[in-house]
Design a protein around this ligand. Sequence first.
Ligand SMILES: N[C@@H](CCC(=O)N[C@@H](CS)C(=O)NCC(=O)O)C(=O)O
Length: 226
Amino acid sequence: MESEKTDQAVLIGSWYASYTNRVKVALKIKGIPYEYIEEDTTNKSELLLRHNPVHKKVPVLVHNGRPVAESLVILEYIDEQWSRRPRLLPEDPYHRAKVRFWANFYDEKIKAGSYSIMKSRGKDRDKAVDDYMELLKVFVEGIQRDFPSKSPFHEGESLGLLGIVVGANAGNYEAFNEAFGLELGPHNSPAFFSWVDALKDHPVMKETLPPHHKLVAKLKKSLPVS
Ligand SMILES: N[C@@H](CCC(=O)N[C@@H](CS)C(=O)NCC(=O)O)C(=O)O
């Protein structure tokens, strides 16, 4: 259903959060005008708490006054609500299921793995990096197995849901390396980082990813105290 003349989309988010940036990319890909409200997650607003009382997290998309929370849910909502625009999910139900599966794997395992790296030091850090590489291997092999002939990161000419999820997060890997003294890159997983390098060069992704130095400074603040 599209009633664009009366549509009002408001995104509550945080500039550094890839969860927020994936929603920004989806709205831009779909060409949906939106108002953006920056949230300070260290001092949560009444607006955020009212619209996401369960998780109290960004992002929240408020569409015509009605809130939708959880970024993957929001991406699917955007795709269904503005269905005539470039699709974010494939037409084929099996491929849709596989895209959802790998997007969930990315959030539950790979993003969680990067938090483990951020929180650890010394030998624990080395172990966290090894575990992270193992997860990337599982991801790469799974994608290659499930999508042997077609990239799951694009839908036609546009970025698809999985491309948005991976690009908005791993597209920051150079800032992650600089902030945490790491050297993650193509030598670890040529396939994964070649996908990421292509995704972060997409014009919409490029204009949406946070500025490198600003993100490095923000990430450094999350370093554990030794
Ligand atoms: N599963 C959620 C995760 C969102 C999330 O973790 N948001 C962070 C920003 S990086 C947040 O709001 N953190 C504030 C907090 O945890 O209190 C989603 O996909 O939207």
